[in-house]
Design a protein around this ligand. Structure first.
Ligand code: DGT
Ligand code: CA
Ligand code: CA
Ligand code: ZN
Length: 583
């Protein structure tokens, strides 16, 4: 719960990194760096030192640093660090640690090319964009690519938001080859898990060699881990591992099913096959005798599609997102699988930010981008006043913004409907960040947890309940506040939270940002089972984030969610009527 010495040292180190990227005074940078190193070496708990001799006894810890340590010991976070993070993307710190980059170049890439993460940097380098920048060249670009390779050695599972675009590029590249008849992603990435161990790709082809060759000689390969006749594995410069397998088209169905997994789903599939007199593997359904031994003389059944395989086993086709052995086999047997929500069902995005707080684009730009993406309505929801770190809106600015939203909405006519909303902070003490008489002037109110995330279960639950019960609050944003890779979900009594949301008809969000995916699938499933209204939103802080919606859909599908459970599949009229009924 409370921060350890190491965590506090880490925070100071990142502060130093960010100050350096920002180009701050070097003495200031060094004061944080030295304090970080010094704290790392302290053998006793900082809490004990604070209560006894005092923190300033630690070398390189002066009054400023000591008060910051006090703040972290008390609140589990550091306002100063949060503010820096809102100014400087955390990904830049990772970029700056790549061999051959450093703070100045990290800033240059951010300023000139909008690069804020290592995968983005790698993509730009592979595309030759870095070499064109002032002070850069082909050599320094290559050095950076090598540096990314070295950095990548340490990572474990990869967030789906990084893995999926990389995997899709490779699949597309292989499908360009004339020998490739068809191809698909398999494994956890096809099932849509939040994090991916390695990427599995299947290609149907009668001639595997050119496919294997193309794969291992891709530009972004750091190391070839295996290069066989039909199976190869590589490690990309980002550290992501990718396996490609080539197989006969006639066996596509069994192979795709096998390599999509999950293992637990496969085990159940094999049991069902056995009940029907077949042994199932990635190659075929093979008839077995009473002792379950394969009858070698009997004709094997090949399945060219997964649909054919499921049908053979008397099962409904199971969407990959459900293949976790969490009831899907039984439901498929009883012909009771849900009709999962799909991207086409989405009519609106209820959560996004603009330049009024910490977003990159204006209301008008976000509106045009939503129109381009076929949304019929949208809500502008910038941060509220207590979130100073995200340039949260004072009451005056909030009301001024609402006025601007309504004006732009009028100008837009029938092209889209824009509602004036806010993402209001649920403060650490459980109070809402604006009084009721202000909230009542808005069309839609999100309440979210952003601070005090380490509080005890009772406190977190009470804060969420306060928000849910507030008649002006329409939705809870990213309810568990988890963030990949490091921020755990808050500890809340979800039974109570879901019950209250149901009672007050308050929406719980499925936040589509791949770094959040919150509610997580298991909770989304519980929520919809209990009749809690859901909505899937991008929480976009810039136009490109509006395209993250599919991640939210996948996450919802993993929670067995159907269109009928999700409010932003509703027509605008229906949604408006629902709002009118509440306020
Ligand atoms: P990951 O990579 O850790 O995110 O998870 P997966 O599910 O992608 O696992 P992976 O890459 O080890 O294997 C891909 C799929 O291949 C897996 O979901 C099921 C299948 N598979 C792998 N090993 C076995 C096995 O020993 N038996 C069976 N039936 N299936 C397997
Ligand atoms: Ca895998
Ligand atoms: Ca694999
Ligand atoms: Zn937000």
């Amino acid at each position: 719960m409370s921060l350890s010495n190491r965590e506090i040292a880490d925070i100071f180190e990142r502060c130093a990194d960010m100050l350096q990227i920002r180009g701050d005074n070097i003495h200031r940078v060094l004061s944080y760096r030295r304090a970080s190193e010094s704290i790392r070496a302290v053998p006793r708990d900082l809490r004990a030192i604070a209560s006894e001799s005092g923190l300033t006894d630690i070398s390189y810890v002066g009054k400023t640093i000591a008060s910051k340590i006090d703040e972290m010991l008390e609140t589990d976070q550091l306002e100063f660090y949060e503010r820096l993070k809102s100014e400087i993307p955390e990904g830049l710190v990772d970029i700056m640690h790549i061999n051959g980059v450093g703070p100045k170049k990290a800033k240059l890439f951010w300023d000139k090319l909008d690069i804020a993460s290592v995968p983005e940097l790698q993509t730009a380098a592979v595309a030759g964009k870095l070499a064109e920048l002032p002070g850069m060249g082909v050599k320094s670009q290559q050095k950076i690519l090598d540096g990314i390779e070295a950095l990548s050695r340490q990572t474990g599972r990869t967030n789906i938001g990084d893995a999926l675009p990389a995997a899709q590029l490779i699949l597309d590249l292989l499908l360009e080859l004339p020998q490739a008849e068809r191809g698909a992603l398999a494994g956890s990435i096809r099932r849509g898990r939040e994090t991916i161990g390695d990427v599995d790709i299947l290609i149907a082809s009668a001639d595997a060699a050119p496919i294997m060759h193309r794969f291992v000689s891709m530009e972004n390969v750091a190391r070839v881990l295996g290069h066989g006749p039909t199976k190869s594995s590589v490690e990309l410069l980002t550290g992501l591992q990718v396996d490609v397998r080539v197989l006969e088209r006639a066996r596509w169905g069994t192979a795709l099913n096998y390599f999509t997994g999950s293992l637990a789903h496969n085990v159940k599939m094999r049991q069902i096959a056995l009940e029907r007199g077949f042994s199932l593997n990635e190659h075929a359904l093979s008839p077995v005798d009473e002792d379950k031994n394969i009858i070698e003389s009997a004709k094997k059944i090949l399945c060219e599609s997964e649909e054919a395989l499921y049908a053979r086993l008397g099962l409904q086709y199971v969407p990959p997102e459900l293949r976790e052995d969490s009831g899907e086999i039984e439901a498929a047997r009883a012909n009771q699988l849900p009709t999962l929500i799909a991207l086409e069902d989405i009519k609106a995005d209820l959560h996004m930010h603009t330049t009024w707080s910490d977003g990159k684009h204006t209301i008008r730009e976000m509106a045009e981008a939503c129109i381009e993406r076929g949304r019929q309505y949208m809500v502008i929801t910038d941060h509220s006043r207590s979130l100073g770190i995200a340039n949260g809106l004072s009451i005056e600015r909030l009301l001024a913004q609402a006025e601007e939203v309504r004006q732009i909405n009028a100008e837009m006519g029938d092209r889209i409907q824009i509602l004036a909303g806010v993402e209001m902070d649920i403060k650490a003490d459980g109070e809402m960040d604006y009084p009721d008489e202000i909230l009542t002037q808005l069309d839609f109110v999100i309440a979210s947890l952003h601070s005090g995330l380490g509080q005890k279960r009772e406190q977190i639950t009470r804060r969420l309940l306060n928000a849910i019960r507030n008649p002006h609050v329409d939705m809870i944003g990213h309810p568990s506040a988890r963030q990949f890779p490091n921020r755990e979900a808050v500890d809340a009594d979800w039974d109570e939270v879901l019950a209250a949301a149901k009672e007050h008809d308050t929406i719980l969000e499925i936040n589509a940002n791949p770094l959040r995916l919150d509610l997580k699938p298991e909770l989304a499933r519980l929520a919809k089972d209990r009749g809690v209204p859901l909505a899937i939103n991008t929480d976009a802080h810039r136009i490109s984030h509006l395209d993250l919606m599919p991640y939210g859909l996948t996450n919802a599908r993993r929670g067995w969610v159907e269109a009928k459970h999700v409010m932003n599949t509703w027509s605008f009229d229906r949604f408006k009527a629902w709002l009118a009924n509440r306020h």
